[in-house]
Design a protein around this ligand. Structure first.
Ligand code: S5P
Length: 253
């Protein structure tokens, strides 16, 4: 089994290399999913949880009082605490449209998000469109190969094709969102949402597994934790616990 650091040599993408090194240096494979609705909550979470994480994942379009200072502050905090920014945009349109959605509009995602993600439902054009914009800015893309939610249609042949498609664009595609390790390419990063220590799901179809199961048994690389952390009574202590569980599982596999 390769260490994260060893795996950096199997990719040419600068963000993927940075992430692999960052995880071993900082000793964390925890990505926090900051699905909060105000600028204040978002920035407070980034500053307090920042020391524990390798990636800060946003849904920037749910922030009610969004303005450009959110981005400036997020970038400052990402430098202060050494984590990457991941906008969980889940692009899903034709290449020409996603190019604009990635680069323009209010959010200018390509200008600040180190990582974003896409469904490959439309075919390879979506990757090519995002790549046109993202490569020159030194960004990385994750493909959604599986989803954590009940009844997900991203299974079987769709999942298999997604993994295959990534190889064609491995200068820009840095890995996958999925529930288990599915690629044999050590340069590809596997990230898994649907992680919570206590609950097994929510009323809207989310399904949860533990950090130990996801990293230790399913062979994923990064745990993505949202409500498990930001809804906890003590988010910082809880983040430390998720970080330790994820890291111990990596060390012992
Ligand atoms: O399959 C998926 C893919 C993603 S990116 N299932 C998910 O839940 N996500 C995202 O992970 C989702 O959009 C949310 O931001 C986060 C999970 O949040 P939690 O509160 O359930 O941990």
């Amino acid at each position: 089994m390769h260490s994260y650091t060893d795996r950096a040599t199997y990719t040419t993408n600068t963000i993927a290399k940075r992430l692999f090194h960052l995880m071993d240096e900082k000793q964390t494979n925890l990505c926090v999913s900051a699905d909060v609705l105000t600028k204040d909550e978002l920035l407070t979470l980034a500053d307090t949880i920042g020391p524990e994480i390798c990636i800060f994942k946003t849904h920037i379009d749910i922030v009610e009082d969004f303005d450009n200072t959110v981005i400036i502050e997020l970038q400052r905090l990402s430098e202060k605490h050494n984590f990457l920014l991941f906008e969980d945009r889940k692009f899903a349109d034709i290449g020409n449209t996603v190019k604009h959605q990635y680069q323009h509009g209010i959010y200018h995602i390509a200008d600040w998000a180190d990582i974003t993600n896409a469904h490959v439902l439309p075919g390879p054009g979506i990757i090519e469109g995002l790549r046109d914009v993202g490569m020159t800015k030194g960004r990385g893309l994750l493909l959604l190969a599986e989803m954590s939610s009940k009844g997900s249609l991203a299974t079987g042949e769709y999942t298999k094709k997604t993994i295959e498609l990534a190889e064609t664009y491995k200068d820009f595609v840095i890995g996958f969102i999925l529930q288990q390790k599915l690629s044999d390419n050590p340069g590809m990063i596997h990230m898994t949402p649907g992680v919570k220590m206590r609950d097994i799901g929510d009323p809207l179809g989310q399904q949860y597994n533990s950090p130990t199961y996801v990293i230790g048994e399913k062979g994923s690389d990064v745990i993505i934790v949202g409500r498990g952390i930001y809804e906890a009574e003590n988010p910082v202590e809880t983040a430390k616990a998720y970080r330790k569980a994820g890291w111990d599982a990596y060390l012992s596999r």
